[in-house]
Write a protein that binds this ligand. Structure first.
Ligand SMILES: Cc1cc2nc3c(=O)[nH]c(=O)nc-3n(C[C@H](O)[C@H](O)[C@H](O)COP(=O)(O)OP(=O)(O)OC[C@H]3O[C@@H](n4cnc5c(N)ncnc54)[C@H](O)[C@@H]3O)c2cc1C
Length: 489
């Protein structure tokens, strides 16, 4: 009886509640894409709100800190130059550390190839001597030309056909690269798309390689942790416009506006918002957690269902400082290092304390899927990683003080299987609004965080245009070419 009475009271309160005011746009998700959308919405003079399901700003951009005085990225590791996220970071005066080379040391077939040279070119000369280098240079030159051609719309038909061949097969059949050259391309690019080079199309492989082509591209990391970018944008646009603990459950388009319902997972209270437009920024497969009225179109569903993904898993290995000798050559770090195996990419973490260091393992692809399997025990993951570390660096495990793991949803990053491409009609469809719903987030564009920001630019430009505001995405500062290692940090 009491329950029935309180239900009546709650229903009465909801029915009597004044309708929420109408914003120009509601942004779902406060990852890099959602926060960039907020930044650009403010520039465009739009009224907006951001609704984030978790208590955390930044989404997959997350920086871990440990009581031992060490820290490392638990998500997005570095921004490649040319990423418009860096333009926002610089506009907000966030300091960055620079990595001025695009290649990394790597460990292959039990042999270390350390990047101790000053430039990409010197590293390549060491790695690929003689005829291998000549073949590599000729192939890379061809790749520069192909990358320029995939900017054309429509994409030339001869190139578009490459979506039906795997990157691996295409390279093996047509590149003329020798075994070491192929190994370089495979081990350098696989951590980027976080799956096997056999599972992405040659067309998408061309897009991925451009980071390393020619003189290569430098990268930056926000000093103190990439997550600071999300916090800085929140301070810039005003924290009152961003609500955390708001998990969107329903999106209903009615006439000239959209009504959005969101649940607070902390107390199961539901809240309603209204806006003329909605921008979704979560990974596309998570759109299925929301009920849309009218429903997502069958073509949109097809676009989502036929996209695949790459997997990431992070292990933070806290060690005593003596372990640093394993990743140093003549007192200089050789990290980051690609292992192509169970240890993924080894990065050096940050340490504010003399008593501890952190080795950050960003594990990718099939290995990440294995470690991410919820049925697998973390003790077993620790055992496997310790064994692999000892195999690579005999005696390393004696220095381990603690290992901490960050598991991701198996779909950590977007990828396009052979037969699909980020350049095809289905992908283009996701970049067009369905009525008042605009789809953004990295999964609508590419495999990196630049796609997250570019998608926000595109969606805000679409909303601004339909609201009669003049706003065009800022001109990108453009990539700087990789320089010398001397400029590192
Ligand atoms: C381990 C790892 C390493 C990476 N390294 C790099 C790198 O070095 N360089 C690089 O460029 N990229 C890297 N990436 C990719 C990069 O992190 C992503 O491209 C980028 O962060 C995606 O941002 P986003 O805003 O599109 O999506 P997300 O960060 O996933 O943000 C989506 C947000 O939506 C929220 N959300 C979901 N559902 C709802 C709902 N129903 N209601 C409200 N909110 C919701 C989520 O909680 C989340 O905060 C890495 C990714 C991982 C996982």
């Amino acid at each position: 009886m009491r329950l029935a009475l309180s239900l009546v009271l709650v229903a009465g309160a909801l029915m009597g509640a004044a309708p929420a005011p109408i914003d120009d746009v509601l942004v779902i998700g406060a990852g890099l894409s959602g926060m960039s959308a907020a930044y650009y919405a403010q520039q465009a003079g739009l009224k907006f709100h951001v609704l984030e399901a978790s208590p955390h700003l930044g989404g997959r951009m997350r920086s871990a800190k440990y009581p031992q005085g060490v820290g490392a990225e638990a998500g997005l590791a570095e921004f490649w130059e040319g990423n418009p996220a860096l333009d926002i970071a610089h506009a907000l005066k966030l300091p960055t550390d620079r990595g001025d080379t695009s290649f990394s040391s790597f460990w292959f077939a039990n042999k270390l190839y350390p990047f101790t040279q000053d430039t990409n070119e010197q590293f390549l000369a060491f790695l690929l001597p003689g005829a291998e280098r000549t073949k590599y240079q000729a192939w890379d030159k061809k790749m520069v030309g192909l990358y320029q051609r995939i900017q054309q719309r429509p994409i030339p038909a001869d190139l578009f056909k490459l979506k039906d061949t795997s990157f691996a097969d295409w390279l093996k059949q047509t590149s003329g690269l020798g075994p070491k050259g192929l190994m370089l391309v495979q081990s350098t690019t696989e951590p980027e798309y976080a799956t096997s080079w056999e599972r992405i199309s040659a067309l998408d492989g061309i897009a991925e390689w451009h980071i390393f082509s020619g003189k290569g591209t430098g990268n930056q990391h926000i000093s103190g942790g990439n997550q600071r970018l999300a916090e800085a944008i929140a301070d810039h646009v005003g924290r009152g416009k961003i609500e955390v603990n708001r998990q969107v459950t329903n999106v209903v388009t009615e006439g000239d506006h959209v009504t959005v319902t969101a649940m607070n997972p902390a107390d199961y209270h539901f809240h309603q918002y209204r806006a003329k437009h909605v921008i979704t920024t979560m990974p596309l497969f998570r759109l299925y957690e929301i009920q849309f009225t009218p429903p997502l179109s069958p073509k949109v569903r097809e676009a989502i269902d036929t996209q695949t993904w790459g997997s990431y898993f992070t292990a933070h290995v806290i060690v005593d400082p003596a372990a640093k000798k394993f990743w140093q050559v003549k007192g200089e770090t050789i990290l980051p290092m690609l292992t192509g195996g169970p240890l993924g990419v080894c990065y050096e973490g940050e340490s504010q304390h003399k008593g501890a260091e952190l080795l950050n393992l960003l594990v990718t692809g099939d290995w990440a899927e294995t470690y991410n399997a919820r049925t697998g025990s973390l003790d077993e993951v620790r055992r496997q990683l310790s064994e692999a570390l000892d195999k690579q660096w005999p005696g390393f495990s004696k220095h381990i003080k603690q290992m901490t793991f960050v598991r991701y949803h198996p779909r950590a990053i977007a990828s396009w299987p052979v037969g699909r491409s980020r350049f095809d009609a289905l992908s283009e469809l996701m970049r067009q609004p369905q009525g008042r719903i605009h789809f953004a987030g990295d999964f609508t564009e590419g495999t990196h965080s630049d796609g997250a920001v570019r998608s926000a630019q595109r969606a805000i430009a679409q909303v601004a245009k339909s609201e009669g505001k003049k706003w065009t995405p800022p001109k990108a500062a453009g990539p700087h070419e990789a320089g010398t290692r001397a400029g590192h940090k």
